[in-house]
Write a protein that binds this ligand. Structure first.
Ligand code: BLG
Length: 490
């Protein structure tokens, strides 16, 4: 009996010790970064303020990095907290600091020298570095043709390393670096012939080509640079693994391609000729009508840049434009619509803009309630071009196809069917050139995006007209209205 009690006591003691050990062990093990983020419910991210990374527009926060990192936060089920750094040095020193950001999403390129302080995720964007020159000069096609030219790059950038390596190879080659400029300034300086050439990343060229009509790509210097997110160096890879899983999914689901196309694809969409023409017209034509767009927009509670984008798509901002079908004026009103909107002279740009603004506002209010709020503007634009009746027909065909009639992405795949007898014969309003509104909306989206970048940040008074011959915000001396460099991290 006695020995049984003893055994029992010993057993109890042992099992208590074991539980205590497990308990202590669990208590002493600190949570991983990922566990901490989830427990806090917040993902702290550091980035830079630029059109390709993060900026504010009328609709709130936006930018390539912002949109990607927002999806990541959403998937983690936490809120996103964004902090912006003024320069790279600040960004690196803040990353991983106590209670500071855990992730840098700022168009960073992983380079060996950065690997001591940071860990990089899998890449999400392949970029190359390109030599940019002025179109009036002879195109440099290889490094030796840069000898004797003035060449400027960003100080501390990966491009500085490349130029340094190039100089070892070609000792006569000269280049300067500056920490007083951003990539967009370098492109402007080439555009204005202040320097002969510069070295920047391909995505920045694609994004800025529409603003600087005179810049051209000479040749590609480095093919393989990759942009990645960064976390502070350390043993905890929980966040990094989660990021890599997320990026792999973003590639598979098409999210990455969509963002890349949206931010860097407008030269592809508009073509070089279209992109240069837009840049020229932005400087030469828009200033004459900006006030009219702003006034009409205010009166009808629409975004003036949307009206301006519509006007560009309709007439390239030419008040006397006439379509093959006799539709006329800057906003291309049909006779009937002009009458309904109280426009008696369609060729008067102010009247045309007023009429267009009133019409698009009316269409917005007439759209069925079920249409997703973020898609309403695209539906209204489609109705502006093809008419509400045909748009309704397309929505019905969309339902018949098992797709969602309230989603623009679905309806736009069906609209072109209105031009095919097998489909339009089943509709109420019959034949329509259904491909036209799809093209119309795509282009307006593109122009609207460009105008948004050009006029951000949305500070009252940012005006195209007041900037003279230059695209607003892209001149270095226009103070606080200037958007920060799209390029950011080189
Ligand atoms: C639009 C009208 C709609 C009208 C549709 O036509 O014109 N929009 C305006 O006047 C602003 O009101 O809808 S309806 O009233 O319900 O019938 C359909 O008739 C104008 C479109 C037509 C288009 N541009 C604005 O986007 C045009 O001119 N197409 C011809 C191009 S081409 O020259 O033949 O290549």
């Amino acid at each position: 009996m006695h020995s049984l009690t003893l055994t029992l006591q010993r057993w109890l003691l042992l099992s208590c010790a074991a539980s205590l050990f497990v308990l202590l062990n669990a208590c002493s093990k600190p949570p991983t970064t990922l566990e901490r983020i989830k427990a806090d419910g917040v993902l702290h991210v550091i980035t830079r303020n630029s059109p390709s990374t993060y900026f504010q527009d009328r609709n709130g926060e936006t930018g390539f990095e912002y949109e990607l990192v927002k999806q990541f936060a959403d998937q983690l089920g936490v809120t996103l907290n964004i902090e912006t750094a003024d320069n790279l040095e600040q960004l690196f020193s803040r990353l991983g600091s106590e209670n500071g950001p855990v992730l840098a999403a700022a168009a960073l390129v992983a380079s060996p020298s950065r690997l001591t302080d940071m860990r990089f995720s899998d890449p999400y964007l392949d970029v190359s570095s390109q030599i940019i020159y002025h179109q009036s000069a002879k195109r440099p096609k290889k490094p030796e043709q840069l000898i004797g030219k003035s060449l400027l790059a960003l100080k501390g950038s990966i491009h500085e390393d490349s130029l340094d390596a190039l100089q070892q190879q070609y000792p006569q080659l000269r280049y300067d670096v500056s920490d007083q400029v951003e990539t967009v300034d370098l492109l402007r300086m080439v555009d204005e012939q202040q320097v002969d050439a510069t070295l920047v990343h391909s995505n920045q060229v694609a994004m800025n080509q529409v603003y600087f009509p005179n810049i051209r790509v000479g040749f590609t210097l480095d093919e393989q640079h990759q942009q990645s997110w960064a976390i502070a160096a350390g043993d905890d890879v929980s966040l990094l693994n989660e990021i890599n899983r997320f990026l792999a999914n973003a590639k598979q689901s098409g999210l990455l391609q969509q963002l890349t196309e949206r931010y860097y694809g407008h030269v592809d969409t508009l073509g070089y000729v279209g992109a240069y023409a837009f840049a020229r017209h932005l400087q030469q034509r828009l200033p004459s009508y900006e006030t009219a767009f702003r006034n009409a927009a205010q009166e009808h509670a629409v975004d003036w840049r949307l009206l301006a984008a519509m006007g560009y798509q309709e007439s390239h901002w030419l008040p006397t434009a006439t379509s093959k079908t006799g539709v006329r004026g800057l906003m291309m009103l049909t006779q009937r619509t002009a009458q309904a909107m109280g426009v008696n002279n369609r060729l008067d740009p102010k009247q045309s803009i007023q009429g267009g603004a009133r019409y698009i506002a009316l269409l917005m209010s007439q759209l069925p309630d079920g249409i997703y709020p973020e898609d309403r503007v695209w539906f209204a634009l489609a109705a502006y071009n093809v008419g509400m009746g045909h748009l309704e027909d397309a929505r019905k065909l969309t339902v018949a196809e098992g797709l969602d009639p309230n989603r623009w992405l679905d309806v736009k795949t069906i609209l072109p069917r209105l031009a095919q007898k097998q489909w339009y014969s089943k509709t109420r309003y019959g034949y329509a050139r259904g491909g036209e509104p799809v093209h119309f909306v795509n282009n307006i989206r593109r122009y609207y995006d460009i105008l948004t970048w050009v006029t951000q940040p949305q500070i009252e008074g940012t005006s195209i007209a007041s900037e003279g011959t230059h695209v607003p915000g892209l001149t270095p001396d226009n103070g606080s209205n200037a958007p920060v460099d799209p390029a950011v991290v080189e």
